[in-house]
Design a protein around this ligand. Structure first.
Ligand SMILES: [Zn+2]
Length: 279
C-alpha cells in the first residue's frame, strides 16, 4: 500500500514535470513571435524553436540591451545595417514619376493575434508583391506606435509593416507611416477585434481584411537594406518605406497604443548605406 502511494506520488511528479517542460517552449516561442516580422525568418535563422530570450521596449530588456540578452541577438548590437532609420527627405532620390512595387494582394479571412510585442494580422497564402520581377509572398502585417522610421527626425503616431518572404527565405518589408486624421475604413473591422493584451491567433468568422485597401495610393518609396526591428535583428531585409502616409483616427491610434504601445525601436545609424528612391 505504501509503495503504491509512492508510485502515485512519483507519477504525479513525472506528469507535472512533463507538463512544465512542454509548456515552457510554447510560452517562449509565443513571445519570440512565431509570425512576427521577425518570426518567420528568424525562427530558422536564430534556431527558433528553443527558448528565445525575453525582450521588451523599456528597462533592462529594452532596445539598448537587446544585443546583450542572448548570443542569438548579437546583430542588434554588432550589426552595421540595422533598422529602423531616419529618412532625411532631401537625401533621397524619390522621383516625381509615380511607380513602385507591384502589389497583388487579395482579401483574406481576418486572423489576428497579440504576441506580447505587437498586434499582428496573419495573411492567408495567395497575396504577393513583385520587386523587380522577384515575387515575395505576403505573410502578415503588424503595427508599431510610435512609428519606427522617422522623417527628418520626426516620428509618426504609428507605422504598419507588411512582411513578405521570397522562395529562398529572403525578407522584404513594406513600411507604411500612419498619421492622425480620418478613421481608417480598411482596418475598422479588424480594430473592433483588436486584442487588448497578449492573445493567441484568432480566426474571426465571416470577417475579411484587404491589405491592398490599407496601402496608400502612391506607391513611391524609400528603399534601403536593413534588418528586423526586433530581436534577433537579422540583417538582409529589403526595406521599402512608402513616402505617402495613411491615416487613422485618434481613437484608432489610442486603441492600439493602449494594447501594445509604445513598441518602437529607436532609429539606427545609416553607416555606409544608401537610401534610394523609387523612380
Ligand atoms: Zn515591425
Amino acid at each position: 500500500m505504501k509503495s503504491l502511494r509512492l508510485d502515485h506520488f512519483a507519477l504525479i511528479i513525472a506528469i507535472a514535470a512533463i507538463v512544465a517542460l512542454s509548456l515552457w517552449p510554447l510560452k517562449s516561442h509565443g513571445e519570440g513571435g512565431d509570425h512576427e516580422e521577425d518570426g518567420h525568418g528568424a525562427g530558422g535563422d536564430a534556431g527558433g524553436g528553443h527558448s528565445a530570450a525575453h525582450w521588451s521596449y523599456a528597462g533592462a530588456e529594452g532596445p539598448e540591451h537587446w544585443g546583450d540578452l542572448s548570443p542569438d541577438y548579437a546583430a542588434c548590437k554588432a550589426g552595421r545595417m540595422q533598422s529602423p532609420i531616419n529618412i532625411a527627405a532631401g537625401a533621397t532620390g524619390l522621383s516625381a514619376a509615380a511607380s513602385g512595387n507591384d502589389y497583388t494582394y487579395q482579401a483574406a479571412p481576418l486572423s489576428i493575434l497579440h504576441n506580447g510585442h505587437t498586434v499582428q494580422l496573419n495573411y492567408a497564402p495567395g497575396s504577393s508583391m513583385s520587386v523587380q520581377g522577384e515575387k515575395y509572398d505576403l505573410l502578415q502585417f503588424h503595427f508599431h506606435a510610435p512609428s519606427e522610421h522617422t522623417v527628418d527626425g520626426k516620428p509618426y503616431p504609428m507605422e504598419a509593416h507588411f512582411v513578405h518572404k521570397d522562395s529562398h527565405g529572403g525578407l522584404a518589408v513594406v513600411g507604411v507611416l500612419i498619421e492622425e486624421g480620418a478613421a481608417n475604413a480598411a482596418l475598422a473591422e479588424a480594430w473592433t477585434h483588436l486584442p487588448a493584451h497578449e492573445t493567441p491567433e484568432q480566426m474571426i468568422a465571416d470577417v475579411s481584411v484587404n491589405a491592398s485597401a490599407v496601402l496608400p495610393a502612391d506607391g513611391r518609396y524609400h528603399h534601403y537594406k536593413g534588418s528586423l526591428t526586433t530581436p534577433p535583428c537579422s540583417e538582409g531585409v529589403r526595406w521599402f518605406v512608402l513616402a505617402e502616409p495613411i491615416s487613422m483616427s485618434a481613437a484608432q491610434i489610442k486603441k492600439f497604443e493602449d494594447a501594445a504601445g509604445p513598441n518602437a525601436r529607436p532609429v539606427q545609424p545609416l553607416n555606409a548605406r544608401l537610401l534610394i528612391g523609387s523612380d
